[in-house]
Design a binder for this molecule. Structure first.
Ligand SMILES: [Zn+2]
Length: 645
């Protein structure tokens, strides 16, 4: 993007952030490392550092007029703008940074193929997307944790293969898409699923410096930059040139760097000690160590390179449960132990995971059930989570955000019918299209075996998939619920539902009521970690203002409808149905009648008052007993069968 008025902050002017800078530079040297995930709170200049990287990358030479940035020395044979003649001269341009906005459509990312023209005119009309724009440069995704799963999958696939592939009903286009993938995220806004986390080569945690002098220098430079961006950039031009030259030199050196057996053994020992899944971590660590060696101008990987590579490649790959904090650093002691064991083993042969494997089980066993202390003033700790049955809105939604809960019509999912497309054709339904064309073949003068298709024959598939919902919990924390064992079971149930919401990528919120009022313990968020923390600390006791709880839930839902109108809500009321304070809850419940709701009935003991059932009726929802919440409960199965029938 030459001549752009925007001046990026120079990379060499960034104060601190050593891990982040190193991770980016190593990927610039060796894109095979697989990109960087940058985690950190707001206001830590994550984006500034990432955006400043592109200026350091060597220029690329591209075939003139090719929208896919083919290298004239080795044009992509499948280039949609090709085939290019060999021996073309190209023009150099700076490496690009393509930025993926969080609301981007799949077409915008992967490119779009005009299927109508392909079928009726026989031409492949392909509009390049961001994957093409990022080829031979950087693809930057801010708030990658808020991106739809299928888009993240698509990005990571392209990044891993170096190829973008768009296929629609048998018409396919592929083009080269090799880029350095960088994602940034604020963990407070929700975690990336572990499966996706693992596919970023490196991960770094970014924090603002706690050193006043360093902070002062950050502010000083930022003020100078804002006052005169061009002058500031000029002052750092020398530093930028040096870094750019060093990247080029390291790239040249990279293929010659040796990875001695001892270093490789160190890598595999560390990966085994940290109990990482599969072999990806070992490969990423090896590539990172080699790139670091090249960056430092060495010809051979050292144990220091291995140690540094572990700190960048492993923190997001440790086995952990979803409520664990992936931002937690690496256990340095275990790292050193694994490295020294690998070193002392020297020639001991391939004795797989002797000491390392055994030591790994010590982690995360601290959860126990924590009930040993039993200090009376402590809030009841949640019981162990279990897999819950699926609670979801009964009605089929219309195009909510992609997820795994409520049923919705949309662009993905299984085909449930066919229709004439209203606007541009999205998903061809081939059998329906053929059926529409078949009766008219003779009148259209068909000769031979070729089918004569016309535009108005085209039918698109109607699909039904799953959407992500807002699950708002409204939890009774009053005295009637506060029998300690009971509250443990209730908290365990809500925790299980939260875990389920995490896996289905829902937004969650938590309203509680006790005493004389209700509180929003957690406003709707994608961070299930936050919700589980609030739940564990939730105090209980006092009277039961059920109506107040429902009214508070109503207000939260109304605000959220304005903020995020496409997302449907599911209200989960966890209560025994009693109310001992405030107005009659039935009126409050009726006001919520348009919202999909489930009442989890916590009534206990032989006398069943059926209050929760009455509440569910007023809400227009269903009631299930706490004991029925587990996925393997027989009654749940029976109920599901009945509902489908
Ligand atoms: Zn090309």
């Amino acid at each position: 993007m030459t001549g752009h008025p925007f001046t990026a902050y120079p990379f060499s002017a960034v104060v601190g952030h050593d891990d982040l800078k190193l991770a980016l530079l190593l990927n610039a040297v060796s894109p095979a490392i697989g990109g960087v995930l940058v985690r950190g709170e707001k206001g830590t200049a994550k984006s500034t550092v990432v955006r400043s990287l592109a200026a350091l990358l060597p220029e690329v030479t591209v075939v003139a007029g090719c929208r896919f940035s083919c290298d004239p020395a080795a044009p992509d044979p499948s280039c949609p703008d090709g085939p290019h003649e060999s021996g073309l001269s190209g023009r150099p341009r700076p490496a690009r940074l393509a930025e993926l906005p969080v609301g981007a459509s799949e077409d915008r990312v992967a490119g779009s193929l005009d299927l109508e023209r392909a079928l009726t005119e026989g031409v492949k009309a392909f509009e390049p997307g961001l994957l093409a724009a990022a080829h031979r440069g950087v693809l930057y995704v801010d708030e990658v944790n808020l991106l739809h799963d299928h888009l993240v999958d698509l990005l990571l696939d392209a990044a891993a293969m170096g190829v973008a592939h768009v296929e629609r009903e048998g018409v396919s286009v592929r083009h080269a898409a090799r880029f350095l993938l960088v994602g940034t995220m604020n963990p407070e806004e929700g975690e990336l699923r572990p499966q996706l986390l693992d596919r970023f080569g490196l991960a770094v945690e970014v924090r603002a410096s706690r050193d006043p002098d360093e902070r002062a220098e950050v502010v000083r430079r930022r003020l100078a930059f804002d006052a005169d961006p061009a002058g500031f950039a000029a002052a750092y031009a020398g530093g930028e040139r040096d870094l750019a030259r060093r990247i080029t030199a390291a790239r040249d050196r990279l293929p010659g760097v040796a990875l001695p057996d001892a270093a490789l053994r160190g890598i595999t020992a560390v990966c085994a000690a940290f109990d990482v899944e599969g072999m990806r971590a070992d490969l990423v660590m090896a590539r990172t160590a080699v790139a670091l060696s090249a960056w430092e101008g060495r010809a051979e990987v050292t144990s220091g390179d291995v140690r540094a590579a572990a700190r960048l490649a492993l923190p997001h790959r440790r086995r952990r449960d979803p409520f664990d904090d992936p931002g937690r650093g690496l256990d340095e002691e275990r790292l050193e132990q694994a490295l020294s064991e690998a070193a002392s083993e020297s020639d001991d042969g391939p004795d797989d995971d002797g000491p390392g494997g055994g030591g790994a089980s010590g982690d995360g066993s601290g959860d126990g059930d924590g009930s040993g202390g039993g200090a009376a003033s402590q809030p009841a700790q949640p019981g162990a989570p279990y897999r819950t049955r699926l609670l979801a809105p009964a009605a089929v939604g219309r195009g909510g955000p992609a997820g795994r809960r409520g049923r919705t019509t949309g662009e993905s999912g299984r085909t449930v019918g066919a229709r004439t497309p209203g606007g541009r054709l999205r998903r061809l339904d081939l059998p329906a299209t053929l059926a529409a064309a078949a009766p008219h073949q003779r009148e259209r003068g068909r000769a031979g075996s070729g089918l004569v298709l016309r535009r108005d024959d085209l039918r698109e598939a109607v699909r039904e998939g799953r959407e992500s919902n807002l699950v708002l919990f409204c939890v009774d924390a009053s005295g009637s619920m506060a029998a300690r064992a009971r509250m443990r079971a209730v908290k365990g149930a809500v925790l299980s539902l939260l875990l389920d919401a995490y896996q289905r990528r829902d937004k969650v919120g938590l309203v509680t009521f006790r005493g004389e009022d209700a509180t929003v313990a957690l406003p709707p968020t994608s961070s299930v970690e936050l919700a589980s923390g609030r739940l564990a600390r939730l105090a209980t006791g006092g009277r039961t203002p059920l109506a107040a709880g429902l009214r508070r839930a109503e207000r939260v839902l109304a605000a959220e409808r304005l903020r995020d109108p496409r997302r449907r809500a599911l209200l989960v009321v966890v209560t025994d149905g009693r109310h001992t304070f405030g107005p009659d809850p039935v009126d409050a419940a009726r006001r919520l009648a348009g919202v999909a709701s489930v009442v989890v009935d916590c009534e206990h003991g032989p006398v069943r008052l059926g209050l929760a059932g009455r509440l569910a009726a007023a809400l227009g929802g269903t009631a299930i007993r706490l004991e029925e919440l587990a996925a393997d409960h027989l009654a749940a199965v029976v109920r599901d069968v009945r509902r489908v029938a």
